[in-house]
Design a protein around this ligand. Structure first.
Ligand code: BG6
Ligand code: MG
Length: 215
């Protein structure tokens, strides 16, 4: 069996269903730019940094823009996104998440956040989840976006554990790739069709506790 010492959680789409708000804000921006942007294409944006997400949308629309305009557009999207998430409360935590986190704590494992989002602290505070984390690595602390393993490797380092002692929970293809690139086990939250490369895929945390996981 694996000698697991830590769990690293992605945030958006794993602990809270913020993905729809990211989609709505990008869709609104795409409409302004006359770009058709579908929910299927949105899969490519999951786990990807804000600027890389914008690049993907511009690529879909075949549009080239200068850096200043791109920064302006990314900020505009973020203003809408922050507006959408301003009403988040602990009731928005996905089903089973708190019980699962508590089962991880009971097993004496460390917990880290590994998210691309620069809004992570805002969201964790709104959800009253911050106190559960022994380390928080978010978009303000990394320079390379998933599938680069930086965010997860920094998480392991902050927790003083080896990458092979970590399990990553992720809802995005880019995130599962980042976990694999970090040499960590990964559990996908979502659909098996999309998260094929994960060691295990769950539809969510309902009725899942740490010591019953079979990897
Ligand atoms: C990830 C989301 O968690 O964070 C992406 O899955 C998002 O969709 C990225 O683009 C960056 O988020 P933010 O909040 O910094 O724009
Ligand atoms: Mg995610």
């Amino acid at each position: 069996m694996y000698n697991i010492k830590a769990i690293i959680f992605d945030l958006d789409g794993v602990l809270v269903a913020t993905s729809k708000y990211h989609y709505l804000a990008w869709k609104r921006l795409a409409q302004e730019l006359n770009i058709e942007f579908t929910i299927e294409e949105n899969e490519r944006l999951k786990g990807v940094s804000r600027m890389n997400s914008l690049e993907i949308i511009l690529e879909i629309g075949n549009i080239t823009l200068d850096d200043d305009t791109k920064i302006e557009l990314a900020e505009k999207k973020n203003t809408w996104y922050v507006e959408y998430i301003s009403k988040l409360t602990p009731t928005d935590i996905l089903p089973g998440v708190i019980d699962f986190i508590e089962s991880v704590k009971e097993s004496n494992l460390k917990i880290a956040l590994g998210s691309a989002s620069k809004n992570s602290m805002l969201i964790l505070n709104k959800l009253n989840l911050t106190h559960y984390f022994d380390a928080i690595i978010d978009g303000t602390k990394v320079s390379r976006a998933k599938p680069d393993p930086e965010v997860f490797l920094k998480g392991a380092q902050a927790l003083k554990v080896l990458p092979c002692q970590c399990i990553v929970f992720e809802d995005a293809q880019a995130g599962i790739d980042a976990a694999i690139n970090a040499g960590m086990l990964s559990i996908g939250i979502g659909s098996k069709d999309i998260l094929k490369k994960a060691n295990l895929v769950l539809s969510g945390f309902s009725n899942i506790i740490f010591d019953k996981l079979e990897l």
